[in-house]
Design a protein around this ligand. Structure first.
Ligand SMILES: [Fe+2]
Length: 405
């Protein structure tokens, strides 16, 4: 059984408002190349959106000196916090307006990039933040918007969406519009290699989840298949090295590109039940997004196996260097692919269970996860409440090898 209505709606959105890819700079010094592009494009009053950790540790000194030496007036907004709120965006907007900023230059993780997207939009809009909330609500072109991600997982540098927390309703508010895609992005290995190993693992597995959910979405396209498959290949090959040796700049760069391609794929194809369930787990227990996804992914792959065997098999053929894959059935190959995901999770020390889960919360987590999937994702196989609760029990008990009635 498929969720036909949302699949048709997403297909129309992806077709008529197809997201464009940002221009990419990559490697050592990429952030300065991006800054140079901004300056050559005529913007010299950027709002630098970042967090106080990066600023205080001197990681942005070179970039700021470069901008100032090139004649820019830089306004620094370092008020970014995890799960940024409307108040954070308002503060950034105030800084942008008071200093007549003509561009937004974000350096940071998904929180900085998401907040910067809405600041760039609100800076030129006649609408309030509340009026900008939702799908296709942007009324004017954003301030020119540039992004330097310092984590590799959210894919926010490639997506058409931002998530801001509403502290009054305790809900996440989504801002979705193709205009939120940055003009250009830079994967600067000098900044990326500072990401600690546990965050490298969790965000890398989040990126892998984006790619697999896009590849198995019923709203997939030829370009999303290509981007997702390349992302999966890069992440399997380079995430273990980036995790074990964070100063390996080549591995860092390849993981960042994998995360970017996964972001390009899912912003057009949509996500699936890993995200639908993990969002509710994070809301209940404040579990980091990447970690919740990493733990859920093997369970949801097993649920999808009956409808996605051919898709998983094609990924296994791509990843395997053995000729014998051509003699194996799709079912055998999909089992091998799932075992490969299990092995990757073990290599980067993802735990098999979450101790925080409380059985009395299962019903409400399942209800909200099913509602999110029904209204947002073109999933390959529809779950019911029992399926979600079976997954939650397995996440609590610690067995990845879950079976479904
Ligand atoms: Fe994610």
């Amino acid at each position: 059984m498929f969720n036909t209505a949302i699949t048709i709606a997403l297909r129309a959105l992806s077709t008529f408002y197809a997201p464009q890819k940002p221009l990419v700079f990559s490697g050592a010094g990429a952030a300065q190349k991006l800054a140079d592009l901004m300056i050559r494009s005529g913007q010299k009053r950027p709002l630098l959106v970042t967090d106080s950790f990066l600023l205080k540790n001197g990681m942005l000194n070179e970039l700021i000196s470069f901008l100032e030496n090139e004649g820019c007036t830089v306004t620094i907004f370092d008020g970014i916090i995890p799960n940024p709120t409307f108040a954070v965006v308002e503060a950034g907007l105030k800084a942008s307006r008071e200093n007549s900023c003509d561009a937004v230059f974000a350096v940071g993780g998904g929180s900085a990039i998401d907040a910067a997207k809405v600041i760039a939009s609100a800076s030129t809009s006649h609408k309030t933040l509340t009026q900008l909330t939702g799908i296709l609500k942007v009324d004017r072109p954003l301030l020119p918007f540039y992004v330097v991600p310092t984590t590799s997982g959210t894919g926010s540098e490639a997506t058409n969406a931002a998530v801001i927390s509403d502290t009054q309703t305790h809900k996440k508010k989504f801002f979705v519009d193709p205009k939120y895609i940055p003009i250009a992005t830079a994967f600067d290995t000098g900044l990326l290699k500072s990401l600690p190993a546990p965050m490298t693992a969790a965000t890398g597995m989040d990126a892998l989840t984006h790619a697999i959910e896009a590849y198995t979405s019923r709203n997939r396209f030829a370009d999303t298949d290509r981007d997702a498959a390349m992302a999966i290949k890069l992440l399997f090959e380079f995430l273990p090295t980036a995790y074990a040796n964070g100063s390996d700049e080549h591995a860092r760069e390849m993981v960042a590109l994998g995360s970017f391609l996964a972001g390009c794929a899912f912003t057009k194809a949509s996500l699936g039940y890993v995200h639908a369930i993990s969002h509710q787990i994070s809301a209940h227990y404040n579990t980091p997004h990447g970690l919740a996804n990493a733990i859920l992914l093997p369970r949801v792959l097993r649920f999808n196996k009956t409808t996605c065997a051919e898709r998983f098999a094609s990924l296994e053929r791509m990843l395997s260097d053995s000729d014998e894959t051509y003699n194996l059935s799709a079912t055998d190959l999909s089992d091998r692919f799932i075992a490969r995901v299990d092995a990757l999770a073990e290599m980067v020390d993802i735990p098999v269970n979450l101790n925080d889960l409380q059985p009395q919360d299962y019903r409400s987590i399942a209800k909200d996860a099913l509602a999110e999937a029904r209204t947002s994702y073109a999933v390959p196989r529809v779950m019911n409440r029992n399926h979600v609760e079976t997954i939650l029990e397995s996440v609590s008990s610690g067995s990845r090898d879950v079976t479904f009635a």
